[in-house]
Ligand binder design. Structure first.
Ligand code: SD4
Length: 306
């Protein structure tokens, strides 16, 4: 069974994150530990799109969202969390130590501190500070789609300019169990209090061990309105392969949005309980990283609709 273990995650940053997840999976460790450890790498990287180094909301404050789900429908989530470095680990504690699924804002922070997570200083990373000052010149909220060479450049470690704010990761372990994680700073310069899809079970992430797992990235509002990741898993339940399921979900978003679809980006990744993987995006520029026993550093350009 061990040959089947794999991890798949979003964007170029997924490559580095997969390595830490794989260290656990290759020893036969649980998918849940893998998806937590993997995305912590991205949360740590100051020069990136996730975690405390990321772009703030329009009031200049970094607010983080994350969720995690295991093979038994256990799930935990935090949203609008401030000054905590590893929201994914707080989400896991919500899952394991509370009777709840989601904690938000001040309550989430209180819980994190009570669980021993350090309260970090409220400062922007140099890059985010620069981006925020630039943004303040117009103070105009526009969702910038995550396409190659989009105006708002962020240089990823591998694939050149990228603009996005999220990592989602799905893993299958040696026992055949699936888990998933998702962590984000949300859309840069969002309204204070805005939540996207990423911390919402069924939208940003969904795992049903009998079928498969899926996760989303991109314009969260449009993922929420069609229950994105849950939809992908249900399509797999009906017999679609992971890529076909991701494509059908993207087509649904395109239909809902009509002409406005060209102004947004959404990408899905999926894995079924047989270890088949797939991904599909609305627009060009979405990448995803895959790691398994055969190939440990694979970065793939995703197929797209428009
Ligand atoms: C959100 N889905 O907050 C996230 C953002 C994202 O790449 O995935 N950006 O809507």
């Amino acid at each position: 069974v061990r040959g089947k273990a794999l991890v798949i995650s979003t964007w170029d940053e997924g490559l580095a994150a997969n390595q830490d997840a794989w260290e656990i999976l290759k020893k036969g460790g649980p998918a849940l530990d893998a998806v937590e450890a993997g995305v912590r790498i991205t949360e740590d990287s100051q020069n990136c799109c996730v975690g405390l180094g990321a772009n703030p909301d329009r009031d200049g404050i970094v607010t983080l969202d994350a969720c995690i789900m295991d093979h038994q429908f256990n799930c935990g989530s935090v949203a609008a969390l401030e000054r905590i470095k590893h929201p994914i680990s707080v989400a896991r504690r919500v899952m394991e130590k509370t009777p709840h699924v989601m904690l938000v804002g001040e309550g989430a922070q209180q819980f994190a501190v009570a669980q021993g997570f350090p309260l970090e200083p409220q400062v922007l990373s140099p890059e985010a500070e620069k981006n925020y000052r630039e943004w303040l010149k117009t103070s105009e909220y526009k969702s910038v789609i995550n396409i190659e060479n989009s105006g708002n450049k962020r240089v990823g470690p591998v694939g050149g300019p990228q603009n996005h704010d999220t990592i989602a990761m799905l893993a299958l372990d040696a026992l055949g169990n699936l888990s998933g994680s998702c962590t984000t700073s949300g859309m840069g310069f969002k309204m204070r209090g805005r939540l996207g899809d990423s911390p919402i079970i069924g939208a940003g992430l969904f795992v049903d061990n009998e079928v498969g797992a899926a996760a989303a990235t991109g314009q969260g509002e449009d993922v929420i309105r069609m229950a994105g990741s849950h939809t992908v898993v249900e399509l797999m339940r009906q017999g679609l392969a992971p890529k076909a399921a991701c494509r059908a979900a993207v087509e649904r978003i395109a239909k809902i949005k009509g002409a406005a679809a060209k102004d947004i980006q959404v990408g899905f990744i999926a894995v079924n309980n047989q270890g088949q993987i797939g991904a599909f995006a609305l627009q060009k520029g979405f990448s995803y990283a895959v790691c398994n026993a055969q190939n440990q550093r694979q970065l793939l350009k995703c197929e797209y609709l428009l």
